[in-house]
Design a protein around this ligand. Structure first.
Ligand code: UDP
Ligand code: MG
Length: 339
């Protein structure tokens, strides 16, 4: 069997309304850009609608489609990670299933990669169908992130990108649970080229990233790429020390004039100021500590309940989850003969 030139990895969470249309456009784009030697990996991230049955149907009709079902909803970044561990192509495209990233750009991305790029990432020149709130918070987020992180992370990008096998292998070797994939790819470096594009509104359905998930995602990004917030204690401590010094002078002055009983207001202010700053700092420490706890557990990043290709479902061997990462990868690849 011939080698896979291109793998497409698309995470799907309750995407029954868009999946068929996505498959049609993506499959056409793959044939145009890479010919027959491609695979489209659709990851069902614990959907509760008909997403998995649509994926099974597509996998049964078209041998290019590989369906991957996760045990539960692991979240966008881990669903993508599951897809990457199965993808065997020389190049791998990450794309959202909701058609906000036009599949037709693949051809241009491939052409840029032919010119020697390691990563070609979509850069949103315009974004229709997004709320003002989302645009404003996204802009502020990237400003803060880049201010705090030593790895420059381009703004107005998502995970829509084409990567070489080498970049994908490096990415797969990065074991962290809290994944901010676009930042991790920036960290890898190499020749990374932006392709500006107009981001479309969602084809159908609604966003699977409510504010709560977006905040968690932003916290993951900042804690994965910066430890500057841990130094908050130092800055706040200095500020508080300066403040305490002023209070000391004031207190001494009051004492020297024999005016010692009043001072209720200033004590109250000082106590609440210091306890406030201490709680903030403890909270920041807690965020990082919590992540350390989760990382040292070394739980699997995702759990696969079914793989479907060529009209058959393959089950993972019962000992799969007790294997190390390298052996797990070998098992997944053995499930994909000739790929
Ligand atoms: N997604 C996922 N798991 C989740 C949330 C989202 O696999 O827990 C997928 C979703 O199906 C879509 C992509 O990630 O293909 C991006 O999500 P969405 O379009 O809802 O985010 P937005 O574009 O609104 O930021
Ligand atoms: Mg979307």
């Amino acid at each position: 069997m011939s080698e896979i030139e291109l793998s497409v990895v698309a995470p799907c969470y309750n995407e029954e309304a868009v999946l068929t249309e996505f498959y049609t456009r993506m499959s056409k784009a793959c044939l145009a850009a890479a010919g027959e030697n491609h695979e489209i990996i659709l990851i069902d991230d614990g959907s509760s609608d008909a997403t998995w049955s649509i994926i099974e149907k597509l996998a049964d009709q078209d041998r290019h489609v590989v369906g991957v079902q996760l045990f539960r909803n692991h979240g966008h970044q881990l669903a993508v990670t599951a897809g990457l561990s199965i993808a065997s192509g020389q190049r791998v495209l990450l794309i959202d299933a909701d058609l906000q990233d036009p599949p037709e750009l693949l051809q241009q991305m491939m052409a840029i990669m032919d010119g020697g790029a390691d990563v070609v990432y979509g850069k949103r020149a315009s974004r229709s169908g997004e709320t003002k709130f989302k645009l404003a918070t996204a802009a502020a987020f990237y400003k803060i992130l880049n201010g705090l992180s030593s790895v420059p992370i381009p703004r107005d990008t998502g995970d829509f990108r084409l990567m070489t096998r080498t970049v994908v292998e490096i990415l797969r070797g990065m074991p962290e649970q809290h994944r901010f994939i676009r930042g991790m790819v920036s960290w890898i470096g190499g020749k990374q080229i932006a392709l500006p594009y107009a981001r479309e509104p969602r084809f159908a359905g609604e966003t699977k990233y409510p504010l709560r998930k977006m905040l968690a995602f932003a916290t993951d990004a900042i804690t994965s790429f910066s430890t500057v917030p841990l130094r908050l204690a130092v800055w706040l401590g200095m500020l508080a020390a300066g403040f305490a010094f002023l209070i000391l002078i004031y207190a001494l002055h009051q004492w020297s004039t024999g005016n010692v009983v009043p001072g209720w207001a200033s004590s109250l202010v000082a106590i609440s100021f210091f306890s406030g700053t201490q709680l903030i700092v403890m909270g920041v420490f807690g965020e990082y500590l919590g992540r350390v706890v989760q990382e040292v557990k070394r739980r699997p990043l995702f759990t696969i309940s079914a793989l479907r290709r060529d009209g058959t479902s393959t089950l993972l061997p019962p000992n799969y989850y007790s294997l190390g990462v390298a052996e797990q990868n070998a098992v997944l690849h053995a499930q994909m003969p000739g790929r």
